[in-house]
Unconditional design. Structure first.
Length: 252
């Protein structure tokens, strides 16, 4: 088993990519703190994985809140004795709007979950890693939207910020043996579109030209497999990288 004995925190764990990551990691021997707002789904997930080699600890948390990001990591250390891997997966969409159309509410909502949440969690995680004597692993789920204009201005900016934080953290904490990488998914079958609301038609009219070149959507398991590689010791010399998982969409 590739993650035997490791303690992992996964956010956005109740559906989609986060759920797939939890399922795969627990089967590979990890003890996982599965974090989301929908506790009933987390408990169902834990029940379905009760016979797996690793354990699932459901944890209700709102990733826009600094205190919840800190509490989930405290819960991991309290329950399992340490933290080895943090996976910042939780995310929401904007409405595909251009910069001239965003609302203050949408800006604050998207950045609170997509950017501030990972920042809060990373701040706490690196402190715990250093207290443990160094070493540790952070995986941020960004998006090809942080690399190419395939969504609205607010969403793309929020994910570009995550990529920048990833690279900065990898460089700053290299002497402490802390690795930090990002995954940039393309179109994946998840529930994230439900957070979009009514699309901004001006923005969508432009973005649809980019969307037209996308391949068939991937599945949560595609992202989970990438996350497993980055969480395992097989990627021990990989840090500060962005692993694009998009079926070749932005290769051209």
């Amino acid at each position: 088993m590739r993650l035997e004995g490791k303690t992992v925190v996964v956010t956005g764990a109740s559906s989609g990519m986060g759920k797939a990551i939890v399922e795969l990691f627990v089967k590979e021997g990890a003890n996982v703190v599965a974090v989301a707002r929908r506790m009933e789904r987390l408990e169902e997930l834990a029940g379905a994985l009760k016979d797996a080699p690793g354990r699932v600890l459901p944890f209700r948390g709102d990733m826009s809140r600094a205190e919840d990001n800190e509490a989930m990591i405290d819960a991991a250390v309290k329950e399992f004795g340490r933290l080895d891997v943090l996976v910042n997966n939780a995310g929401i969409m904007d409405d595909m709007g251009p910069i001239g159309d965003f609302t203050d509410e949408k800006l604050q909502q998207v950045f609170a979950v997509n950017t501030f949440g990972p920042a809060y969690a990373m701040r706490k995680a690196v402190r715990v890693f250093c207290e443990q004597g160094g070493g540790g692993n952070i995986i941020n789920v960004a998006s090809v939207g942080g690399m190419r204009s395939c969504a609205g201005a607010v969403y793309c900016a929020s994910k570009a910020a995550v990529i920048s934080m990833t690279k900065n953290t990898a460089y700053m904490y290299q002497p402490q043996g802390i690795r930090c990488n990002a995954i940039a998914p393309g179109g994946i079958n998840t529930e994230i579109s439900t957070s979009m609301g009514t699309p901004n038609m001006a923005g969508y009219g432009r973005v649809k030209n980019v969307l037209a070149t996308a391949p068939a959507p991937g599945e949560g398991g595609d992202i989970a497999a990438a996350a497993l590689f980055l969480a395992s010791d097989e990627s021990r010399y990989v840090s500060g990288d962005v692993l694009v998982v998009d079926g070749g969409w932005i290769a051209g």
